[in-house]
Design a protein around this ligand. Structure first.
Ligand code: ADP
Ligand code: ZN
Ligand code: ZN
Length: 739
């Protein structure tokens, strides 16, 4: 085999196998065109696939005569820079995930499918010199033109069609007229030199002392890698700190990546950024169309855009002049991808900042225990905003003991009195219950039969309005039975509390008051959530009831009473993360109260009024809770005092997944002992889900390096196990859910 003059292309292909595939170059392809990071179309099985060229070699492990020829290069220049590739390689090694799936995840869907990387120019419109010197009054005979003209004057910057759409309706004829009158000119955004645009178009707020201290500290270290943890309660003005730091970065003509949890990516925040800055801003999240995401990604990648606001999936977006990363609500679980390529956008963002030698700011009202631990180790710098900005007062928290209370659909008499008092003052009440549906259980009063899902280890949830019982873990549902399938008695009773049931109760107890329910069932229709939020903010709603969805992002300035109907369900969980989650949830939900001038109150109904966690949180605050929780983790050698990797396996037959994990644990015991703990295999907390049996094997080590060395050795051996091909299995590094 003579391979000396051959050119071999090593390509990462998005399939769940962790190796590169070798190809011969496509026809008419010159060596200097071949660069790592190019998208390339290759034959694969009976179809073609789009992969990423990662290496250009002169030999292959495969007999060269057997190599297929690649079909086509899709880019002339790589879309990923050398630094992007380095980050992806690091990420692949850390998560031990299939290389093609890791690399393809850097691209938006359209580019994964092979769409062109040309960025379509965005037409934009701005006042001409004549336009700037013209008084809007001269257009009084054409009111529509006048309105549009005034918009240009008010915004005083170039507008694209999207922005015009937000302010005017049926504006195209008016724009045409203004263009003809030469009051406005059209151009293409990309032709506009970045320098001609002002950075800001709105004065920053006068920072309070704590904000100023945070801003100054960050600004003093903008030139190199550091991690700042900005801890501030909701409403303390973190966003204002971000905005003022970003302004400085933009003044150096650098780009900024702002990562947010999916749920907080509200139009309000986007609007706030767009009001403050005149520079091009892109947003990137799953509600955008493929084309929108593609153009946001390319605008950043080509350096045309200065700010990208995005969710987890925006993490790898190339940005040639990246100068700062901000990651808001850093404790939020949505930064961890929970399927396929299970990466933590927070952790990888920190690595990205380190590789680029730029600062990263993590913000949260309730920082994760990992981040607080890193503050203790002096790896992160803590900046605190202990007070609410402006004049808003912090809410007061209290526990309401509901033992021995006669509850009316989950509402105790003292609670009902408090709600009445609040409503009488024409203030809003927010009720939180993290369980949708009418009731979580349907039980027979006569024989004790319980409606259970046949495919999961779970009870079916009663949805009264739709007359259904449904499983919340798989898609199964059935009509609500009238009599017991076991004993035929007409004695079926819904047991427990869901939001639908509380909603009914509210209408009975407070008939004069309007309420709205916000949960997945009431917000599924596109635009429904926005509609509800509007009604709330316009004061058309007195009582807001909802799930998790309420905890984050939304501002309800007239809410002065927040109620957590049932905190106890969060106190008892086998997952060691549960107390942290519950404390975060309590603080986040509390943050919805009294954000304007009115002081807020938070009432938590509990049957555990002495519970140490609840009490440390209420009497000493989140920091005290976090320190206590960290001490517990330390005593139990749990993360962040150790590192975990979780192998999950599922199978249709009862024992196969278990046997597979048993074989894995036997592999490990065959290696020289290295101190890594192996726990399991055990059944997952939900042992059966959607018809699949689920097991897990937990690996834990106090030395991260040891754990990864073990995995490096273990994974190729697992791939050789016969059982590995019969079942589905996955590896989760730093798991945040042990389900
Ligand atoms: P967070 O991001 O911490 O929730 P925000 O930055 O959204 O807080 O601030 C909460 C509210 O306080 C906003 O309405 C904001 O305009 C206002 N605010 C923030 N900083 C100041 C300040 N320095 N002076 C006056 N108002 C402020
Ligand atoms: Zn029965
Ligand atoms: Zn089910």
């Amino acid at each position: 085999m003579n391979s000396s003059e051959k050119i071999i292309l090593s390509v990462a292909i998005p399939i769940p196998l962790n190796f590169l595939f070798d190809y011969l170059p496509p026809d008419n392809c010159k060596l200097e065109q071949l660069k790592p990071g190019l998208r390339i179309k290759v034959p694969f099985g009976k179809q073609s696939k789009i992969g990423i060229l990662l290496a250009i070699n002169s030999c292959s492990d495969i007999d060269i005569s057997k190599l297929k020829q690649a079909e086509q290069l899709l880019d002339t220049e790589p879309l990923l820079s050398a630094k992007d590739l380095k980050l992806l390689h690091w990420t692949q090694r850390y998560y031990h995930h299939a290389i093609g799936e890791v690399f393809i995840s850097a691209f938006p869907t359209a580019l994964r499918k092979g769409k062109s990387s040309e960025l379509k120019p965005t037409p934009y419109f701005a006042l001409t010199e004549t336009g700037q010197a013209t008084d809007a009054i001269t257009l009084k005979k054409a009111p529509k033109q006048q309105a549009l003209f005034k918009l240009f004057q008010a915004q005083n910057k170039a507008l694209n069609t999207e922005t015009i759409n937000q302010h005017c309706k049926l504006w195209r004829p008016s724009l045409k007229a203004l263009l003809e009158k030469e009051l406005v000119y059209a151009s293409n955004f990309l032709a506009l030199p970045a320098k001609t645009l002002a950075i800001t178009q709105q004065m920053p707020l006068a920072a309070n002392d704590q904000q100023q201290a945070a801003i100054d500290t960050i600004k003093a270290k903008l030139e190199k890698f550091s991690v700042f943890l900005l801890e501030g309660v909701t409403g303390s003005g973190k966003t204002e700190v971000y905005l003022q730091v970003i302004e400085q970065i933009l003044a150096h003509n650098l780009q900024v990546l702002v990562l947010l949890p999916e749920i907080t990516l509200t139009p309000q925040l986007e609007a706030r950024f767009k009001q403050r800055f005149a520079v091009p801003i892109e947003t990137y999240h799953s509600q955008h169309s493929e084309t929108q995401r593609q153009s946001a990604w390319l605008a950043m990648q080509k350096g045309h855009s200065s700010i990208l606001l995005g969710t987890r999936s925006a993490l790898f977006t190339p940005a040639p002049r990246l100068g700062l990363i901000i990651l808001d609500e850093e404790h939020d679980a949505s930064f961890k991808q929970q399927e396929g390529f299970r990466f933590s956008a927070r952790d990888v963002a920190i690595v990205r900042a380190k590789m680029l030698n730029i600062p990263i700011v993590l913000g949260s009202a309730t920082p994760s225990l990992e981040s607080l631990y890193n503050v203790d180790k002096q790896l992160y710098q803590l900046l605190r905003l202990p007070n609410r900005a402006g004049n808003a007062l912090p809410p007061s928290l209290s526990l309401l003991d509901i033992r021995n209370q006669q509850l009316q659909e989950g509402l105790s008499p003292p609670l009902i009195r408090e709600i009445k008092k609040t409503l009488a003052k024409k203030e809003q009440v927010l009720l939180f219950l993290n369980r949708r549906g009418f009731a979580p259980t349907l039980i027979c009063h006569s024989c004790g039969w319980v409606a259970q899902c046949k495919r999961c280890d779970a009870n079916l949830v009663v949805h009264y309005r739709q007359q259904k019982i449904r499983c919340h873990h798989c898609a199964s549902e059935q009509p609500l039975p009238r009599s017991c399938p076991a004993c035929q008695a007409e004695q079926l009773r819904p047991l427990g509390l869901g939001t639908e049931r509380v909603e009914n109760a509210l209408q009975m107890i407070f008939p004069e008051h309007t309420s709205v329910r916000l949960d997945r069932d009431t917000t599924q229709k596109k635009g429904a959530l926005a509609e509800h939020l509007n009604a709330i903010n316009q004061g058309k709603v007195d009582i807001i009831l909802g799930t998790q969805m309420l905890a984050k992002g939304h501002h309800f300035p007239n809410v002065t009473l927040v109620v957590l109907l049932d905190v106890d369900s969060g106190l008892f969980s086998i997952d060691f993360h549960a107390p942290e989650r519950l404390a975060q949830l309590i603080v986040q939900v509390s943050g919805r109260a009294g954000r304007a001038a009115k002081k807020g109150r938070v009432i938590m109904q509990t049957r555990q009024p002495e519970h140490p966690l609840l009490n440390s949180l209420i009497h000493h605050g989140y920091q005290a809770f976090a320190q206590a929780a960290l001490a517990e983790r330390k005593a139990a050698a749990l993360p962040p005092y150790s590192y975990q990797a979780l192998l999950r396996a599922v199978s249709l037959e009862k024992d196969t997944a278990f046997e597979f994990l048993l074989a894995v644990s036997e592999l490990i015991s065959g290696y020289p002992a290295n101190g890594t703990w192996v726990l399991g295999p055990v059944a997952a907390p939900m042992a059966k889900r959607a018809g699949q049996f689920r097991y897990q094997l937990l690996l834990q080590d106090t030395q991260r390096k040891q754990l990864h060395l073990l995995l490096n050795r273990l994974l190729p051996d697992i791939a050789k196990l016969k059982l590995a091909r019969k079942i589905r299995w996955s590896l989760d590094i730093d798991p945040i859910d042990l389900y």
